[in-house]
Design a protein around this ligand. Structure first.
Ligand SMILES: Cc1cc2nc3c(=O)[nH]c(=O)nc-3n(C[C@H](O)[C@H](O)[C@H](O)COP(=O)(O)O)c2cc1C
Length: 162
């Protein structure tokens, strides 16, 4: 398969979007992520791809855990905040509601569902770095009929270019 065919294929995929958060030495960070997937059932594992250009990546380099959130479309504004602004210039956590969760991870109150994951490993995925997570706590969705997916944010200008 040529690169062109691959590009066209992935541009059609409508995968779920996640807001990732973390906290180190009182500094909270978070960004919107599309490169994410469950990778194992038993043991449960989840992989997050973070761009080294992002503020979140730099804070996460010293973190033990990440928070992983899924949003219903009614809270698209929070998703847009985390995808279009950078912690390099804006304190996103002053612009949304959150509380401290497992391992002190910042948990976003408007999320439809979330889990906190312990970072087991980090490895290159190409121009993103994989963070392999073991879930250690969370809150399941009550209902998740129309969660935010790639099609809802494909026109969003990222706070950092990938
Ligand atoms: C549709 C979309 C998908 C994105 N996917 C990722 C991703 O998988 N990994 C990542 O590190 N950043 C991704 N980003 C970019 C960050 O969310 C964005 O640059 C953010 O503003 C970075 O914030 P920070 O500098 O505070 O970490 C995506 C942005 C958009 C709009």
């Amino acid at each position: 398969m040529g690169v062109d065919a691959f590009d066209k294929l992935v541009s059609l995929l409508n995968y779920p979007m996640y807001v990732i958060t973390t906290l180190v030495d009182g500094v909270a960070a978070g960004c919107l992520v599309g490169f994410a997937s469950q990778t194992s059932i038993q043991p449960p594992r989840f992989l997050i791809g973070l761009s080294p250009k992002n503020h979140t990546f730099r804070v996460a380099a010293d973190a033990t855990h990440l928070g992983v959130h899924v949003f219903d479309i009614e809270h698209l504004d929070v998703v847009q905040l985390f995808g279009s602004q950078s912690g390099d210039t804006v304190n996103k956590f002053e612009r949304c509601h959150w509380h401290s969760g497992p391992a002190q991870m910042p948990i976003l109150d408007d999320a439809a569902a979330w889990f906190a994951g312990k970072i087991l490993d980090r490895f290159s995925l190409g121009d993103h770095v994989g963070h392999l997570l073991e879930p250690v706590g969370g809150s399941p969705p009550h209902e998740l009929e129309r969660w935010v997916s790639y099609g809802d944010v494909r026109d969003l200008k990222p706070g950092h270019q990938a």
